[in-house]
Design a protein around this ligand. Structure first.
Ligand SMILES: [Mn+2]
Length: 335
C-alpha cells in the first residue's frame, strides 16, 4: 500500500480547507470514497471540506436511496455550498484524468490556480497537469477500488469508522472489484476487517442487486443481435454498438464467452467506447486495455484509460478508424 505517502499527505493537509470531487457519472466507489474521505477529513483535521459531486449513475442513485432508508442517521449531501476563495486544495478521487472531472470547467478552477491531488486506483496516466501536486498523488493500480485507499488512510490514522460508513465502503469495494473477481488477497482482507458483527454480508449483497429497466434490457438484447465476431487464433473478440449502457454490455459479452469485448455508442459529434477482457487473457498475453485506449485517445482528441481488463474512451472524429486501431492493437498482443 502507499502508506509511506500518508504522513506527507497529513503534513500537507493539516491546515488546509479542501474541495472533494470525482469523475462524471459517479459510481458507487466514487461516491463512497468521496463521502467517507470528507467524514475522515473533517473529524481528523477539523478543517473545512466541501463535497461537490457531478451527476450520479442510475445504480449509484438507487443504491444511495436504499442506504439512506436503511441508515436514517446518514444524511447524504453531495453538493455543499462553498466559497472558492476559501479552498486551498482540491482532492480528486477515483480518476487521474482531468477530462473526466467536469467540475474543473464548471467552476473555472484552472484559472483560479488551485492546486489539486489525485487519489485513485486506475492506470496512472502521468499527465503533466499544471497545479497538480504530483508528489502527493496517491495512485495505485494494484488496489481494486479507491474506497480501499480511503479505508487504509482511516486505519493508518486510527480513525474509527461507524458501521454505516463501513457498509458504504464494503459496497464500493465489492462493486469495483467485481465481487472479488478483479481483487486480490488484500481486497478480501480489507473486507474482512470492515465486516463487524453489526453488518450482515448477505444484506449488503442484496442492497447491491439492481433490477434493470426496460431500456437497459433492450440495449443488451439488441447489442447481442448486432454482435460482430472477430477471431484471432483461439481468442474471440466481440464488437457491437448500443445507444447507451456500453459498460454493462461489454461485461455481458465477457459473461457469454467472449475473451475481449468492444462496445461503442455514437452521438452526433462524439463517441464512447467501452472494452473488457477476461482476467486470464490479460495475465496470459499481457493485454492492457487501459494502455491501448490511452494511446489511441491521443489520435481522436479524446481521453481514455482504465485497467488491464476494463477500460473506456471518449472521443470525437473518425470512430471507424479508431475502432480499427483498437482491434489491430488487441490482435497484435493476442497473436
Ligand atoms: Mn473506482
Amino acid at each position: 500500500m502507499l502508506t509511506y505517502k500518508f504522513e506527507d499527505f497529513k503534513t500537507y493537509l493539516k491546515n488546509k480547507n479542501v474541495l472533494i470531487t470525482t469523475h462524471a457519472h459517479v459510481d458507487i466507489d466514487g461516491a463512497a470514497s468521496c463521502y467517507i474521505f470528507k467524514i475522515f477529513f473533517t473529524s481528523y483535521f477539523k478543517n473545512e471540506a466541501a463535497l461537490v459531486l457531478p451527476e450520479f449513475s442510475k445504480s449509484t442513485r438507487d443504491f444511495l436511496e436504499k442506504v439512506s432508508q436503511k441508515f436514517r442517521e446518514l444524511s447524504f449531501s453531495f453538493n455543499d455550498e462553498f466559497d472558492i476563495s476559501n479552498i486551498d486544495v482540491i482532492l480528486v478521487l477515483d480518476t487521474n484524468n482531468l477530462a473526466q472531472v467536469s467540475i474543473f470547467d464548471k467552476l473555472n478552477i484552472s484559472n483560479a490556480e488551485i492546486p489539486f491531488i489525485f487519489i485513485d486506483h486506475h492506470l496512472n496516466l502521468k499527465k503533466d497537469y499544471k497545479n497538480n501536486l504530483s508528489s502527493l498523488n496517491i495512485i495505485n493500480e494494484q488496489v481494486s477500488s479507491t474506497s480501499e485507499i480511503i479505508f487504509e488512510l482511516c486505519e493508518f490514522f486510527n480513525f474509527k469508522l461507524e458501521f454505516p460508513y463501513k457498509f458504504l465502503l464494503i459496497s464500493a469495494i465489492l462493486t469495483d472489484s467485481g465481487f472479488f473477481k478483479y481483487g486480490n488477497n488484500d481486497t478480501i482482507k480489507r473486507i474482512s476487517r470492515l465486516l463487524d458483527d453489526q453488518l450482515d454480508f448477505q444484506e449488503i449483497l442484496s442492497t447491491l442487486e439492481f433490477e434493470q429497466d426496460i431500456s437497459e434490457k433492450l440495449a443488451r438484447i439488441k447489442a447481442l443481435q448486432r454482435l460482430k465476431l472477430i477471431r484471432s487464433k483461439d481468442w474471440l473478440i466481440g464488437m457491437t454498438h448500443v445507444g447507451s449502457f456500453e459498460a454493462g454490455v461489454a461485461a455481458l459479452l465477457i459473461n457469454i464467452g467472449l475473451d475481449v469485448s468492444i462496445v461503442y455508442s455514437e452521438k452526433k459529434t462524439t463517441f464512447r467506447i467501452s472494452t473488457r477482457a477476461k482476467k486470464r487473457v490479460c495475465i496470459k498475453t499481457g493485454l492492457h486495455l487501459g494502455k491501448i485506449l490511452q494511446e489511441v485517445a491521443e489520435e481522436c482528441e479524446g481521453s481514455g484509460g482504465g485497467h488491464d481488463g476494463a477500460a473506456s474512451l471518449n472521443g470525437k472524429n473518425d470512430l471507424k478508424k479508431i475502432l480499427n486501431k483498437i482491434i489491430e492493437k488487441i490482435k497484435q498482443i493476442l497473436k
